[in-house]
Design a protein around this ligand. Structure first.
Ligand SMILES: Cc1cc2nc3c(=O)[nH]c(=O)nc-3n(C[C@H](O)[C@H](O)[C@H](O)COP(=O)(O)O)c2cc1C
Length: 207
């Protein structure tokens, strides 16, 4: 499937074929696409939970607006963001920069730039790091959905969930991390509806 075909094939799938599993290698490729996705300063501010347990899917569904995708999918991915770790001054931030094997002076410059840049944005905004990390998780999620579509695999991004409840079920400490997005993958039952979009004229301005 070429890229535009995949973009047209992808839709927010509302119900997946229950019991139809994504082959292991294909799932690993979807995860690999997430891993290779870009992130600001290369911080990779996400973790991915891959929920395959039907029991856990059932437990989560009521906290996710009871959406059928949660239990009918093959694999339920949950993007968790590392809100605490990405804050300036943490060992994690330094380690992430150090991987680039730069001289100490450059490392110090990057660490300071990171702290100044993000620190100023975070001032007076307690949810800044959570939101900043979530924006990046969404980029990875977008790549994964489009890649999956090229392989004929369906998905549905889900923000219709009660964050606190989902975090409680998954044992996530909301002071450290949070659930940014839930992303089920599987195979469609129904044909997709036709695409509803604004026209290019409606969204683009050539300057
Ligand atoms: C961040 C985000 C959250 C979404 N949350 C849900 C959701 O909770 N449930 C759902 O059925 N669709 C959800 N959607 C799907 C959108 O409603 C859908 O992408 C949009 O209506 C366009 O339709 P299409 O993706 O089928 O082309 C979400 C989409 C995005 C990008």
């Amino acid at each position: 499937m070429d890229f535009l075909e995949a973009m047209n094939f992808r839709h927010a799938c509302k119900i997946f074929k229950e019991g139809k599993k994504i082959p292991k290698k294909m799932l690993e490729n979807i995860l690999e696409v997430g891993r290779l996705s870009p992130s600001s300063f290369g911080m990779e501010p996400w973790e991915l939970l891959v929920i395959q347990s039907q029991e856990l899917k059932e437990a989560l569904r009521p906290s996710c607006w009871n959406q059928v995708q949660i239990t009918s999918c093959s694999d339920l991915l949950v993007f968790v963001t590392k809100n605490r770790l990405v804050q300036p001054g943490s060992e994690y931030v330094e380690e992430m920069f150090k991987r680039k094997n730069m001289p100490q002076e450059m490392l110090d410059t990057y660490v300071k730039l990171y702290a100044d840049f993000l620190g100023s944005k975070a001032e007076g905004n307690p949810s800044f790091y959570k939101d900043w990390a979530a924006k990046q998780a969404y980029i990875a999620a977008g790549n994964m959905m489009t890649y999956a579509a090229t392989e004929g695999i369906d998905s549905c991004p889900i923000e219709g969930f009660d964050q606190k409840e989902v975090e409680k079920i998954l044992g996530i400490d909301g002071n450290e991390k949070s659930v940014a997005l839930i992303l089920p993958f599987g195979y469609r039952v129904n044909e997709q509806p036709s695409k509803i979009r604004l026209s290019l004229n409606g969204i683009c301005r050539y300057l």
